[in-house]
Design a protein around this ligand. Structure first.
Ligand code: SF4
Length: 323
C-alpha cells in the first residue's frame, strides 16, 4: 500500500491571453511529476510566473490540468472533489487575508458554519468546543474576545489566523498555503509561520507551502521536501537540507544569493548571480532550458532541448545539463 496522498502525473497546464486580435497560448506548467506523501510538508518555491500557485490549485482540484492526472490515494481527485465528503478534505489558505473573509459574518459564523455543514459536531455546543480549541491553537486567545468580531475589525495577522482556523476546522487531510505571509508586515510573518507549523504538526495533515522565499521553509525544519520551480518546471527538488547545503541548479544557487540563513551550518558559498535579462515570462519562454537566457553557465545544448530531472540521490534531483 502506498503512503502517497497526492500524485501529480505528467501534468501540464496551458492558458491563453488576448493580445490585440491574436490569442496567445502559453504553458503555466509543463510536464510536472510530484508525490505528496501522507503527513508531509512540501515547499513549492519560485518567483512570480513559476507556476507554483497553478500547481497548488491543480492538486486541490480547483483547476484542471490540460494534460496529465492528479490522484488522491490512487483515485482521480477531480471525481472525488465532486463529493461533499471529500471536498472538505482539500483546503486552501489564501495569500490575501484582506479579501478572503466574508466581511458580513462574525468569526463565530465563519467557523461554525463549515463545522455544522460537514457534520463535524453533533450540535452547536460541541461545535463551539471545537472552535475554542482551534482558536487557541492558532493564537486567537482568549477566543471569546474574537468570536463576535467581523473580519474588518481584525488586523491582517488576525485575519490570516482565522483563515488558518477555517482551513483546519473541517479536519482536512491536505492543505495548500499560498504565500500566507506575503501581504503581512515582516513583524507578523514569524508568528503566522510558527502558528501554521505548530497547527499542522499537531495533525496528520499534508501541507504544500507555496512561497517565493526559500528561507521561510526553515520554519518547518531541515526535512521538508522543496521543489524549486521556474517557468512552469521543477528545476531542482530535494530536502531543504539538500538544497541549503548542496544547491546544484544555477537557479537554486541564485535564490540562495540573498537568503538569510538561521543556522550557519547551512550557509553556502555556492550562491551565484544570474545574468541581467528581462523578467521571466511564460509567454516568452526561451528555447531549451527555461533558464538559458539568464544562466551564467549556459553552454551548447542548453538552448536546444529542455534538460530532464535527473536523480542525484534518493531525495535529490535536478534538471540541468551540468549534472
Ligand atoms: S541546463 Fe544549461 S542553461 Fe539550464 S541551468 Fe543548466 S547550465 Fe544553465
Amino acid at each position: 500500500m502506498t503512503d502517497s496522498l497526492i500524485t501529480v502525473k505528467n501534468v501540464s497546464r496551458k492558458f491563453s491571453i488576448r493580445k490585440g486580435l491574436r490569442s496567445i497560448e502559453f504553458y503555466a506548467l509543463k510536464d510536472i511529476n510530484l508525490e505528496i506523501p501522507k503527513s508531509s510538508i512540501i515547499g513549492l518555491v519560485g518567483e512570480s510566473g513559476s507556476g507554483k500557485t497553478t500547481l497548488g490549485k491543480i492538486t486541490l482540484a480547483l483547476l484542471k490540468p490540460t494534460v496529465g492526472e492528479v490522484l488522491y490515494e490512487g483515485k482521480d481527485i477531480f471525481k472525488l472533489a465532486k463529493k461533499k465528503e471529500y471536498r472538505r478534505l482539500f483546503q486552501y489558505i489564501p495569500q490575501d487575508p484582506y479579501a478572503s473573509l466574508n466581511p458580513f459574518k462574525t468569526v463565530k459564523q465563519l467557523l461554525m458554519e463549515p463545522t455544522l455543514y460537514h457534520k463535524l459536531a453533533r450540535d452547536k455546543h460541541e461545535a463551539m468546543e471545537i472552535i475554542h480549541e482551534l482558536m487557541t491553537n492558532v493564537g486567537l486567545t482568549p477566543p471569546e474576545r474574537y468570536l463576535n468580531f467581523y473580519s474588518p475589525q481584525l488586523s491582517g495577522g488576525e485575519r490570516q489566523r482565522i483563515n488558518i482556523a477555517r482551513a483546519l476546522v473541517v479536519k482536512p487531510t491536505y492543505v495548500v498555503a499560498d504565500e500566507p505571509t506575503t501581504m503581512l508586515d515582516a513583524s507578523l510573518k514569524s508568528g503566522i509561520m510558527s502558528t501554521l507549523r505548530d497547527a499542522i504538526i499537531k495533525t496528520n495533515i499534508s501541507l504544500v507551502f507555496i512561497t517565493h522565499e526559500i528561507s521561510l521553509m526553515q520554519f518547518f525544519g531541515p526535512n521538508p521536501t522543496v521543489a524549486v520551480m521556474y517557468l512552469g518546471k521543477i528545476m531542482e527538488q530535494g530536502t531543504l537540507k539538500d538544497l541549503l547545503s548542496e544547491p546544484l541548479h544555477p537557479y537554486t544557487r541564485a535564490l540562495m544569493h540573498a537568503m538569510p540563513v538561521a543556522d550557519p551550518k547551512y550557509r553556502t558559498e555556492r550562491s551565484i548571480l544570474l545574468k541581467e535579462a528581462p523578467p521571466p515570462s511564460p509567454i516568452n519562454r526561451p528555447p531549451g532550458c527555461p533558464l538559458s537566457d539568464r544562466c551564467p553557465f549556459a553552454f551548447d545544448p542548453c538552448n536546444k532541448e529542455e534538460p530532464a530531472l535527473k536523480n542525484i540521490s534518493s531525495t535529490h534531483r535536478v534538471a540541468c545539463y551540468l549534472y
